[in-house]
Ligand binder design. Structure first.
Ligand code: GLC
Ligand code: CA
Length: 607
């Protein structure tokens, strides 16, 4: 494969920390996180080694989908603050040498957005065509039916909602309160660029995480989706509504505006498995997006017909390796760039999903996963709470009524409709899936201090004498054990380990951020090992991770390693282990991670 040298830029070696505003820090004690709370934690964030923050939506919204349903792009949801608080956050972030990205949610708006209210007011509204309307279909016995069989992304319902007053259906790929914008309408596009993008870029925002970036262009004939689940009334249709005919034209147009500001972008590229479909979004030459999130690795174990139609840990380690390898290989021999992430606000906690959250293993698992991420190429993303090794809330301590996310609630409704509201076995199966995969886990308020009320979520207000309210979501049952205060001064904590790993990554960016990746022993069901090497081939590291809750025999590989010309005088040297004091030739401890260095030529290597 020809070597295409990666052009080095700040955002490629950056560590980007994602903040979920409702659950990060509550400055005034009303139980809801807010922008002033984020500002108050900027020193903490900077101290981790973070270069930029991405904040999930803070715009005005009825919060049907926690702010991903925007009713006004140019205003802030009042409990979070005001445009003025955002200006302050932008200024304070920059003052600490960090950048700030906002969430750009422009596939759809809220049904409470003035544009949609106008569009739905009559068929002749000038904004009618800013959304997607279609007439009903009728069955042979005269029943009204939606235009096609597409299922929306939450629960099991249709992607079309009937509008009684104007007698047409509108499309909503997500909740019915999130009508899809019609990107084929040029006026709508111009309004989106001005209101959602330029408004904030003018205020100094440095870039955007672009929500559902591949869904703007729909196939206008709206064909039925293939039947994947014969018992279900509506069918998954992502293969039809993702990567539609005009997608690259639209993103190119968007980018011509973003480029004027030098804004950076990372696109959420859902349901796109094929590299040939991915590259046009993120190859440097295509000038579309700087980075994209690929979801193969975080979606291992998901159900085939529905994310939650599965059982816990329904995947093998080789499947996970293959998925990671896909994102790593994207940049080998291409001018594209990749990202590294295991968590975000749509995923449950990685320790619970990928390692083991039992008390005796959870810290080891968190450190091992931190090591894995720090050693993979691409821009590094961390989600709030990941740095303290947060885990999913258990079934016993966090009952189903604590789950507030629309996708959890609509999934349980779907189960009830399908199997009956008193079918205990199916309801329990549903709860098991949610306990393992629900989005709620990452949205539980951040635990700052185990001795303060509600895990210290509103600590400053409490100290100022405010009678602080219970947080909007029940605090984590383990907030007294897993929190920032107990870890912040402990170099051996998960937090201490993350800091160390992020530094290590930066010191060795040639191999860890920009390097080539080669997986070893793909089929090994318990151990994950790979080589990273600088693009010039001179610096090499070997990473070994034990994903099993038991010791694993291990011997340092020699010159028989594929692709690696270590030479006899360059035996891999143990550089790091997640287990203090463990020797380089010892067996691997449960969930141990190690890095060995094997520079081929230590004088020349830029390891
Ligand atoms: C993205 C967001 C998710 C949201 C959805 C609809 O997937 O990450 O939280 O529900 O878009 O906007
Ligand atoms: Ca608040």
């Amino acid at each position: 494969m020809a070597v295409v040298p990666h052009v080095k830029t700040w955002w490629k070696s950056a560590v980007i920390y994602q903040i979920y505003p409702a659950s990060f820090c509550d400055s005034n004690g009303d139980g809801v996180g807010d922008i002033a709370g984020i500002t108050s934690k900027l020193d903490y964030i900077a101290s981790l080694g973070v270069d930029a923050i991405w904040i999930s939506p803070v715009y005005d919204s009825p919060q049907v989908d926690m702010g991903y349903d925007i009713s006004n792009y140019e205003a802030i949801y009042p409990p979070y603050g005001t445009v003025h608080s955002m200006k302050d956050l932008i200024k304070e972030t920059h003052a600490r040498g960090m950048r700030i990205m906002m969430d750009l949610v422009i596939n759809h708006t809220s049904d409470q957005h003035a544009w949609f209210k106008d569009a739905r007011s009559s068929r002749s509204s000038p904004k009618r065509d800013w959304y997607i309307w279609r007439p009903a279909k009728y069955s042979s016995n005269g029943d009204r039916l939606p235009p096609n069989n597409w299922r929306c992304s939450f629960g099991g319902g249709s992607a079309w909602e009937w509008d009684e007053s104007t007698q047409e259906y509108y499309l909503h790929l997500w909740a019915k309160e999130q009508p899809d914008l019609n990107w084929d309408n040029e006026d709508a596009r111009k309004a989106i660029y001005a209101s959602a993008m330029a408004f904030w870029l003018d205020l100094g925002v440095d870039g955007f995480r672009v929500d559902t970036v591949n869904m703007y262009s729909k196939p206008n004939d709206f064909p039925d989706a293939p039947v994947a689940d014969p018992a279900a009334p509506f069918q998954p249709a992502a293969m039809l509504y993702c990567n539609g005919p005009r997608m690259h034209e639209f993103i190119g147009e968007m980018n011509s505006i973003l480029a004027q500001y030098g804004a950076i972008t990372v696109g959420e590229l859902l349901d796109t498995a094929d590299v040939a479909d991915i590259l046009p979004y993120v190859s440097a030459e295509a000038r579309q997006l700087d980075m994209i999130f690929q979801f193969d690795a975080v979606e291992v174990g998901w159900g085939r017909t529905h994310k939650y139609e599965t059982t816990p840990k329904n995947f093998t380690l080789p499947q996970f390796k293959e998925a990671i390898g896909k994102a790593q290989n994207l940049i080998m021999g291409t001018d594209a760039w990749t990202t590294v992430f295991l968590e975000n606000h749509d995923l449950s906690r990685s320790v619970s999903r990928l390692a083991d959250d039992r008390p005796e293993f959870r810290e080891a698992g968190a450190k091992m996963l931190a090591l894995l991420q720090a050693c993979l190429s691409g821009t590094q993303y961390i989600y709030q709470g990941q740095e303290i090794g947060a885990i999913n809330a258990s079934k016993e301590a966090y009952p189903l009524e604590n789950y507030l996310d629309i996708s959890s609630r609509l999934f349980m409704e779907m189960i009830k409709e399908r199997y009956g509201a008193s079918n205990k076995k199916e309801l329990d199966r549903g709860f098991n899936a949610l306990q393992h995969l629900a989005r709620d886990h990452s949205r539980i308020p951040m635990a700052w201090n185990g001795t303060a009320k509600y895990g210290g979520f509103s600590e400053e207000a409490e100290q100022a004498g405010v009678d602080v309210k219970q947080p909007w979501m029940k605090p984590h049952p383990l907030a007294h054990e897993i929190n920032v205060a107990t870890q912040i001064n402990d170099a051996n904590s998960v937090l201490g380990w993350w800091r160390k790993m992020l530094q290590f990554r930066k010191q060795h960016e040639g191999v860890l951020v920009y390097g080539d990746y080669y997986c070893l022993g793909m089929d090994d069901p318990d151990t994950y090992s790979f080589i990273k090497q600088t693009q010039d081939g001179k610096g090499k590291m070997l990473v070994v991770l034990n994903f099993a809750p038991k010791e694993k025999p291990w011997s340092v590989p020699g010159s028989e390693m594929p692709m690696v010309d270590v030479g006899s005088s360059h035996t891999p040297k143990l550089t790091l282990t997640t287990y203090e004091g463990r020797g380089g030739s010892e067996n691997l401890a449960p969930f141990e991670g190690r890095v060995y260095t094997m520079a081929v030529d230590s004088r020349q290597s830029n390891l």
